[in-house]
Design a protein around this ligand. Structure first.
Ligand SMILES: [Zn+2]
Length: 415
């Protein structure tokens, strides 16, 4: 059972087994606070030579929440409350840790319970709240650590109640932060505190559960089964986290670094792919160029062969006195041959686009040394037509009124 406040231990209420160690701590802290120096001329307040500052309680509780709500009006009530909550928790948790460390050194204590003991008493002397630790508490220096306690006269709950406002959420966040900071320093393990019931919202007391971050939800859930408020209330309890902002920033930072790494890898891969494509493109261009050159050489060889090996014999054949049928066959042969030697014709037509298909044929035959009569026969048109075509070809090639032989000129074009 919890021992009621007695004449000896009157600043804190603890289970029987903690009584003696807390009594020792109370004597120490009482002496510590009995030696005070208030020196407004220097703007200084000291207890046992240690400087303190006084802060108006309401400005660190209800008025702070109100101010943040106004500042973050555009982001909504919930975000403003979360920001205030995290900010005050972080501050109080840090102060709790620092105060604890300073006290251990002064008291020269090493045992975790002895370290813990000065906390609630210092808390009471500094005006935050009084502390009542419940007998169900099992403050072991490991992940099973469990502390359940009330803060009667919490400065935060009182600030709300004195303003006549009923809070919608447990408000004693600095109480939670300070006590978890002190105990974290005492036991050398991570500890968080959630206020599960709060007088400022109309509950019977300001009750806190302190545990390891990995266990606190389970402890709250267990507690809620026997509590007088409905189970759902405890599901909505905010569990503060010391420097949540830092964790979120660290996560954001590592996410950013990961993204940057991904972008770098993708960019490198793209660069390599582009380089391979460029190399493949160059190789392809070289192969195409070689194929083109080979094709040109083949065409030239083909034309040369026809000129040197076939045309002279056709000419001899024609001059050997052919009958009509033979002449017709020869003419057809020459027409076919003319079509086969089209690379020259193609060259002419691309160089002199204004030549008509008929003029290209005539030019091809002139270039090969055929006279007008032969061309007329081959193309099966009149001699006058050929004369007219030759005139037009000369005009289009810019040879009009010039003493340049068309056959020679066309030969020079074919290279
Ligand atoms: Zn409270």
């Amino acid at each position: 059972m919890t021992r009621p406040l007695d004449p000896l231990l009157n600043t804190v209420s603890v289970p029987d087994n903690f009584y003696q160690v807390f009594l020792t701590a109370q004597n120490y802290v009482k002496n510590y606070f009995s030696s005070s120096q208030h020196d407004p001329q220097k703007g200084s307040i000291k207890f046992s030579g240690e400087r303190y500052i006084l802060v108006r309680a309401a400005s660190m509780s209800i008025e702070f929440f109100d101010m943040m709500a106004l500042l973050y009006k555009d982001r909504g009530e919930k975000e403003a409350r979360t920001l205030s909550f995290n900010f005050l928790f972080d501050i109080a948790h840090s102060i709790g840790k620092a105060d604890a460390k300073s006290f251990f050194e002064k008291m020269k204590v090493t045992d975790p319970i002895e370290k813990l003991s000065a906390g609630p008493i210092h808390f009471a002397y500094a005006g935050w709240a009084s502390v009542k630790i419940h007998p169900m508490s099992k403050p072991t220096p490991d992940e099973n650590y469990y502390l359940i306690y009330d803060h009667p006269y919490s400065f935060e709950a009182q600030a709300w109640m004195e303003k006549g406002e009923k809070a919608q959420f447990p408000v004693c966040v600095m109480n939670a932060g300070y006590s978890s900071g002190w105990c974290e320093e005492s036991f050398g393990i991570s500890l968080v505190t959630a206020e599960v019931e709060c007088q400022a919202k109309g509950d019977r007391h300001c009750r806190f559960i302190m545990a390891h971050p990995s266990k606190i939800k389970n402890f709250i859930s267990e507690y809620s089964k026997k509590a007088y408020i409905k189970h759902e209330h405890y599901n909505k309890i905010d569990i503060p986290e010391f420097f949540k902002r830092k964790r979120l920033q660290d996560e954001l930072q590592s996410h950013k670094i990961h993204l940057e790494q991904l972008v770098r890898e993708r960019t490198d891969n793209l660069k390599k792919t582009n380089q391979r494509l460029e190399e493949a493109n160059i190789a392809l261009r070289v192969v195409l160029k070689q194929m083109e050159q080979k094709e040109t050489i083949n065409k030239e060889n083909f034309l040369t062969n026809i000129k040197q090996s076939i045309l002279p014999f056709l000419k001899q054949l024609e001059e050997s006195g052919l009958n009509n049928d033979q002449q017709i066959l020869l003419d057809r042969l020459q027409i076919n041959l003319n079509q086969v030697t089209s690379p020259l014709i193609g060259k002419l037509s691309s160089k002199y686009l204004n030549l008509t298909p008929m003029e290209i044929k005539v030019a091809g035959l002139v270039k090969d040394g055929a006279v007008n009569k032969e061309i007329a026969q081959i193309l099966n048109v009149s001699l006058n037509t050929i004369t007219s075509h030759r005139y037009k070809i000369r005009t289009k090639l810019g040879l009009k009124n010039k003493n340049i032989n068309l056959h020679t000129y066309l030969l020079s074009l074919s290279g």
